[in-house]
Design a protein around this ligand. Structure first.
Ligand code: ATP
Ligand code: MG
Length: 472
């Protein structure tokens, strides 16, 4: 007999017929009712066993059941499988299996990331993650974008922040040295210094200058020692790059993109999001009243779908922050110093959560705090940058209109003391057929956090990488 997926059986597929299901036992109640899950749905299939089958079933056991799908007499499910036979495919010794049918802390579950996916919570989060990823590709396909794969090993440091993981095959202990005593990378695998990419943007720009509209969706690495709930050392980034697009177009793209993928997940993961909504409400109720979210999860998602993002210049934002109650009462951990400062996450969240009460797009940042490739404004002080800020998350998108004027870009590169030689291919885009263009980077995990209501980025990626941790 061929197996039927539990998601189909739950809809009544095969009603009245002999069917077969495979899955892992979640619970075995009263020595009679098996709650069976095969990953196809957050909901379990109830399998009714009968005396004489003499079953010893524990949470985690993998089984194959055959029987008849019937309308259920009991509450809680429409259909159930009345079993003829139950075959054990893989035992799970209850004395050793770490997952018990009770609530475990997220910290504990992180230590068993290879098994946490068998919980309702992680099943829901990872199904939503997968669906969001498919929504990403669908959105860009519908808009005529090409999917572009940026290299993961690269010789360039896009962000200029220097927070990179080196890639080398030289021996650690006695690496070859040059005459100055520095490591001689000409003896290395690539005959040069290389690292894991921090962004695929520079390479994507070269493709936008031929294909018009491209996007990357791939892993990115940052060796930043940020032990926060929003930073990972390995995360996935989505980076569209569009020729003939200015900053306004870029903002429109970012806003439409977020709305589309959130709507896509809500449509395709309704059961999972309903579960996550209930969990979110429970978690919020444990917090002190002042810290509670005033909206439920589904409510927050709907709010994003149906409201325009507020567009505010960096200069206006600084004024708002300087005049805020939080600033005057000394509530910020990092007091607002004034124009020119980089905003801290607490400032971003103040603007979004307290002042505007909606997602905010901040634009025209001081050039000093932004990357070299952003387009200089006429005022000489600011660049055409934009960040999209989200409630509970802070920055979710960072983007800009790119500097397409060769002379202005070269001046920036020189002023910053950057190495022109390693950037020759990037500068060629400006040398040959340069065009106005824009793009942004969205941290995929921050999006997954928002949609699932999870509070820590380590719980929305299968095997998180962060300082002191690369288990699995
Ligand atoms: P932050 O200020 O939060 O560190 P950033 O300014 O360094 O962000 P960008 O370089 O603009 O971020 O990267 C684009 C997007 O990638 C960010 O908007 C964010 O969503 C995501 N991102 C950046 N760093 C990380 C990280 N370490 N882990 C997960 N996502 C990240
Ligand atoms: Mg950063």
């Amino acid at each position: 007999m061929k197996r039927t997926k539990i998601s189909d059986l739950l809809k009544g597929k095969g009603l009245g017929e002999k069917v077969m299901a495979n899955g892992w036992v979640r619970t075995f109640r009263n020595d009679m009712f098996i709650a069976l899950n095969d990953g196809s749905s957050i909901k379990n299939l109830q399998c009714v066993t009968h005396e004489g089958q003499n079953l010893k079933l524990y949470a985690g056991t993998c089984i194959c059941v055959e029987g008849t799908l019937k309308e259920s007499q009991g509450k809680g499910q429409d259909y159930e499988l009345v079993t003829d036979s139950v075959t054990i495919l893989g035992e799970a010794d209850p004395a050793q299996y770490p997952l018990q049918p009770k609530e475990h802390s997220l910290e504990f579950l992180r230590e068993i990331a290879h098994l946490r996916i068998r919980t309702n919570l992680f099943g829901a989060v990872m199904r939503v993650r997968s669906t969001l990823a498919q929504g990403v590709h669908k959105f860009f396909a519908e808009r005529g974008f090409y999917y572009f794969n940026a290299p993961i090993i690269t010789g360039s440091d896009c962000e200029g922040a220097g927070e990179m993981f080196g890639v080398s095959v030289l021996p650690h202990a006695d690496a070859p040295k040059d005459e100055n005593g520095a490591v001689d990378f000409s003896k290395d695998f690539f005959a040069r210094q290389t690292n894991l990419t921090v962004s695929g943007q520079l390479e994507a720009e070269t493709y936008a200058m031929a294909l018009g509209q491209v996007y990357t969706f791939g892993p990115t690495f940052r060796a930043e020692n940020s032990n926060t709930s929003r930073h990972l050392a390995e995360f996935w980034m989505i980076e569209p790059e569009v020729a003939f697009a200015d900053l306004e177009d870029n903002m429109e793209l970012g806003e439409s993109f977020i709305k589309y993928v959130i709507g896509y997940a809500m449509e395709h993961c309704a059961d999972d999001i309903a579960f996550l909504d209930a969990r979110f409400a429970k978690e919020e109720s444990k917090k002190p009243t002042a810290e509670r979210s005033d909206m439920g999860l589904t409510e927050k998602l709907n709010f994003i779908l149906h409201n325009d993002f507020k567009r505010v210049s960096y200069t206006e934002a600084i004024d708002i922050l300087l005049n805020s109650k939080a600033q005057k009462k000394g509530k910020f951990k990092y007091p607002v110093e004034g124009w020119g400062m980089d905003l801290q996450s607490e400032h971003e969240r103040y603007l979004v959560e307290k002042h505007f009460g909606c997602p905010v797009i901040l634009y025209d940042y001081p050039s000093e705090i932004k990357a070299f490739y952003m387009r200089q404004n006429e005022d000489g002080k600011t660049v055409r940058a934009m960040d999209i800020l989200f409630p509970g998350i802070g920055e979710i998108i960072g983007g800009s209109q790119r500097e397409e004027r060769m002379d202005v870009l070269m001046k920036k590169v020189n002023d910053l003391g950057m190495d022109e030689k390693t950037l020759w291919w990037y500068l060629d885009t400006r040398r040959f057929g340069s065009a106005p263009h824009s793009g942004f980077g969205l941290g995929f995990e921050r999006l997954v956090m928002f949609v699932t209501g999870m509070g820590n980025i380590r719980d929305v990626i299968p095997f998180p990488r962060y300082p002191q941790n690369a288990e699995f």
